[in-house]
Design a protein around this ligand. Structure first.
Ligand code: GTP
Ligand code: SPV
Ligand code: MN
Length: 625
């Protein structure tokens, strides 16, 4: 019972001891906790207070259980390796259980909420036996927001508690707000791995059966079977995107899968930019970019989620509801993302499914040019760069990367050395430009400016990208990923498009952000990237800002405006004029081939696609000839 030491203890009718529930805990919360304990039957219930002592108790317990390995080379930091089957979001097991099927739309899995609850209630029955149930009060966004967005996650995973403490504002302060009577979201999570008396635990308990379920009308989340980030840290994708997108539709704002950055020009002029790229397509990297062009500065506000609402001045303001970064590890290094490196170096971080070095640090592909001579890979096996052991025998890990491609670092955003002061503002920052981007080998130019808001929404609605390891399933398959939100829209995608169109119609057009479409991932004939990316993306940001201010040249093409011959600043860049031309080229044949795919995509969504977007498709077809 060491975990409960800090709190009051009250025996309840179920016989479960509730530890740390302070006097004044909202009755609705207390009764939900007791109801859940009655169903799931944990050994104890612990309220999370957010204290340092609590962090120490939790991480000690995780180390003792073998889930965490304390890193010798980073302060207060831990390594975890998941079960090899529990490494990513499970989109095929994710459901939007609205009352009516049509409200989930064609892009979401759906089941009748009553039927789903019957299935999940029997899964939850006794699922926490032998474990501790934690109650995590949390707040997405600042505590002093006008309408703080509160939630409570119940979980039986200490890994989830530790991660939620990094990723959200959580503990006593959130509970105090809930206790004032403000609305809050119920988020229930179990790894689904009860322990019989005497049964020994494994380092990463989980269940082969997984369900990630949102009940939009009730604003409730039920998750079962997985301990992985997006499936289990319910404040993140489940609340801040799926449930929040429904709230945003109803209340007239936007909940988006976007980074937020502050860009300062050499003149001192500031612009705030939001960008939506699908999972593992470059948000964290752009958010922390170190410009290669002199005099330009980027500061970070967010790397994954933006909540945007119109301010009284008619401009669109964005806040980042998160408190941490849950970033893709592979590819993150001093050359590509030095600010992420500086953030994690300070410690207080959790690394999952990366490799361990012999001196107690972490490593992953792309961290440095040369891998260490020996590693323990994410599956716990010996790993060497050659794939051979000291005797020249082939290792079981030979030919495989040391880290899972979706391995992640989980670290406090406040440690980011370039965090913008405005991160802490409750009102957010006024957005000048929105970038949509994807991972496409062909067709999509480096940067294209939309003609207006409606055309920009069309760009977002038809965004396509190659799938990545952030979700289970095939990698590298081109699919439509509207606004980078395909797995996260909590309702009918066509209605979501209408909401975007309506947001623009209700606004002063001169104050709306300009919308751009970017692609860092276009390839040449040999398969190499046409554009160096990372810090060099500052050159694209410079062009975006110059367009906003009417200072940069552009060519009008059937798909929008692309930089003219000397539009992009390529001073000092090691790229040939031919490469540059290929990076921004609009190939009419490639685009004509795209038309039926867009048509098919709209047909998949069906009648709910707004007619204005069908009009945009017709107009594009005409312009392409
Ligand atoms: P989620 O956290 O899954 O939502 O992803 P994200 O959009 O934040 O992706 P992230 O920035 O972590 O990048 C994912 C991968 O893309 C990493 O392996 C990066 O190294 C790589 N990447 C990011 N930016 C660029 C770029 O400009 N060019 C190229 N070639 N690769 C990039
Ligand atoms: C993503 O997949 O878009 C992520 C990681 O940002 S997760 O939080 O696991 O969804
Ligand atoms: Mn994401």
């Amino acid at each position: 019972r060491a975990l409960g030491a800090a709190g009051a203890s009250s025996p309840v009718s179920t016989g479960v001891r509730v530890l740390g529930a302070p006097d004044g805990t909202a009755p609705e919360l207390l009764s939900w906790v007791l109801e859940t304990a009655e169903l799931t039957r944990p050994d104890a219930v612990v309220f999370i207070d957010g204290s340092d002592d609590e962090w120490t108790r939790l991480t000690d317990k995780l180390v003792e259980a073998g889930t965490f390995t304390r890193l010798a080379n980073k302060p207060n930091s831990f390594y975890a390796a998941s079960d090899p089957t529990d490494v990513a979001r499970v989109e095929d097991r994710t459901y939007i259980c609205s009352v009516e099927k049509k409200d989930a739309g064609a892009t979401n899995n759906w089941m009748d909420p009553v039927a789903m609850k019957a299935i999940m209630t029997s899964l939850y029955d006794g699922c926490m036996v032998g474990r501790t149930m934690y109650v995590i009060p949390f707040c997405m966004g600042p505590y002093d927001a006008e309408n703080p967005k509160l939630g409570v996650e119940i979980t039986d995973s200490e890994y989830v508690v530790a991660s939620m403490r990094v990723m959200t504002r959580s503990g006593r302060q959130a509970l105090d707000l809930i206790n004032t009577g403000l609305p809050w979201v119920k988020a229930l999570h179990s790894i689904g791995a009860p322990l019989a008396p005497g049964q020994s635990d494994v380092a990463w308990p989980c269940n082969d059966t997984k369900y990630i379920v949102q009940f939009p009308e009730e604003r409730a989340i039920w998750s079962f079977g997985s301990g992985y980030g997006g499936n289990a840290l319910l404040g993140k994708k489940c609340f801040s995107l799926r449930i929040a997108s429904v709230m945003a539709r109803d209340e007239g704002w936007l909940a988006e899968h976007m980074l937020i950055l502050k860009l300062t020009a050499p003149t001192g002029k500031v612009h705030y930019i939001a960008a939506a790229f699908p999972s593992a397509c470059g948000k964290t990297n752009l958010a922390m970019l170190e410009p290669t062009i002199p005099g330009w500065k980027v500061e970070t506000l967010g790397d994954d989620i933006a909540w945007m609402t119109f301010g009284e001045d008619g401009r669109l303001y964005a806040v980042n509801p998160e408190y941490g970064l849950f970033g893709v590890a592979p590819g993150t290094g001093w050359k590509t993302n030095p600010n992420a490196m500086r953030t994690i170096e300070q410690g207080n971080s959790v690394f999952t499914n990366v490799a361990l070095t012999d001196d107690g640090d972490v490593w992953w592909e792309g961290l440095s040019d040369e891998p260490p001579a020996h590693l323990t890979d994410w599956k716990g096996r010996d790993w060497t760069p050659s794939g051979l052991d000291a005797d020249g025998n082939e290792l079981e890990s030979a030919g495989e990367p040391s880290s899972h491609p979706n391995s992640r670092f989980c670290t406090p955003i406040t440690q980011c050395p370039i965090i913008a002061d405005e991160y802490f503002d409750t009102t957010g920052v006024p957005i000048s430009a929105i970038l949509f981007g994807g991972r496409r080998k062909t067709t999509i130019p480096l940067v294209t400016e939309s003609r207006d808001w409606q055309h920009g929404v069309f760009m977002g609605a038809t965004l396509s990208s190659e799938t990545t390891a952030a979700a289970t399933g095939a990698v590298g398959v081109v699919r439509r990923d509207p606004m980078a939100m395909l797995p996260f829209i909590g309702y009918n995608a066509g209605d979501y498009f209408s909401h975007w169109i309506d947001m623009g119609k209700g606004a002063d057009a001169s104050k709306l952000p300009s919308i751009f479409y970017v692609n860092w991932f276009r390839r040449d004939a040999d398969g190499g990237f046409l554009w160096p990316g990372f810090g060099e993306n500052s050159r694209v940001l410079k062009w975006v800002v110059a367009r906003l201010e009417g200072e940069a040249g552009a060519v009008e093409t059937p798909i929008g405006y692309v930089p003219d011959a000397d539009g992009l600043d390529v001073d000092g860049l090691d790229v040939t004029p031919e490469q540059m031309a290929a990076a921004v080229a609009v190939d009419a044949d490639e685009w004509r081939a795209e038309l039926p795919l867009i048509e098919e995509w709209f047909d998949t969504i069906g009648d709910s696609v707004p007619s204005s977007l069908r009009d945009e498709l017709d107009a594009l077809r005409l312009r392409l000839g």
